[in-house]
Write a protein that binds this ligand. Structure first.
Ligand code: F6R
Length: 259
């Protein structure tokens, strides 16, 4: 595990964009796993800037999003499909962008087909992840199987409360979602998890310094062979070994740093 602590979310987002940009430059036909929510917004802003000002080319990239609210079609303003168009795809065209279908009628059939699409694309090279304040990745809530695949999940009250800011009130947040499973995420060749702000500090410490447990689904990433975690100081504030992580990163050669 590589743990990078940046001064604030702005700097963390620039580092995360550097991870994505390096892959897209080195492997223009790469497969990206993408996340939504508040955390990646400045990352996508920087990718749009790199595309428009520096010519970073995404035209051969294939992407798969982690999750979607069940019952929301792509035209619904709170759907993750709409989010992705607003923050990335309207400005940075990719070759093919896949999202779970919030209106799928045959949910198990759709989920199996989504897994199949990921496999047929050659698998995800780099999976971008946020972190729920309850330790979820994707929408794999506490108690999720660490071997799970894409499927329907029920959101916790806490997640519905966290996401109420987009809908008006927790009661308006859909109860069900389609999400890649923890096992699906673990199959990605490189996982990049971002967490910013004090609200994430407890989940960060539990996920990366606590035991592996399905009660903290992000802790499964301790088993991932290539994991990069980018935090700001506030999100790192409950880590007992933060000084060591800083010391290690500060001594890395330039080619191992995400600037
Ligand atoms: C979003 C996703 C979620 C979020 C997490 C954090 O596609 O899969 O796991 O990454 O809920 O959300 P924010 O970034 O809004 O704090």
């Amino acid at each position: 595990m590589e743990l990078v602590i940046k001064k604030d979310a702005g700097e963390g987002a620039l580092s995360a964009a550097a991870v994505l940009a390096r892959l897209v430059s080195q492997k223009p036909e790469c497969v990206l796993g993408l996340a939504t929510g508040g955390t990646p917004v400045p990352v996508y802003r920087e990718l749009v800037r790199r595309h428009q000002e520096e010519g970073l080319d995404f035209s051969r990239v294939t992407s798969f999003n982690l999750d979607e609210y069940l019952g929301l079609g792509p035209e619904h303003p709170q759907s993750y499909a709409a989010y992705m168009r607003e923050h990335l795809f309207d400005k940075v065209p990719v070759r093919a962008a896949h999202l779970p279908d919030g209106l799928a009628r045959d949910v198990p059939g759709f989920c199996a087909e989504y897994e199949d699409r990921i496999r047929r694309s050659g698998g995800i090279d780099l999976q971008l992840l946020g972190l729920g304040s309850d330790g979820h990745i994707g929408f794999n809530e506490p108690g999720s199987s660490l071997a799970s695949r894409t499927r329907i999940k029920t959101l916790t009250e806490r997640t519905r409360k966290d996401n109420a800011r987009y809908f008006g009130s927790p009661g308006e947040v859909p109860k069900h979602v389609l999400t890649m499973g923890v096992g699906t995420i673990m199959d990605s060749r490189h996982c990049l998890l971002l967490a910013f702000g004090e609200k994430k500090a407890k989940a960060v410490a539990e996920a990366f310094e606590g035991p592996v447990s399905h009660m903290v689904p992000a802790s499964a990433l301790q088993w991932h062979p290539q994991l990069t975690v980018i935090l700001d100081e506030a999100a790192a504030s409950h880590l007992t070994r933060a000084d060591y992580y800083r010391w290690v990163y500060d001594r890395k050669p330039d080619w191992q740093r995400w600037e």
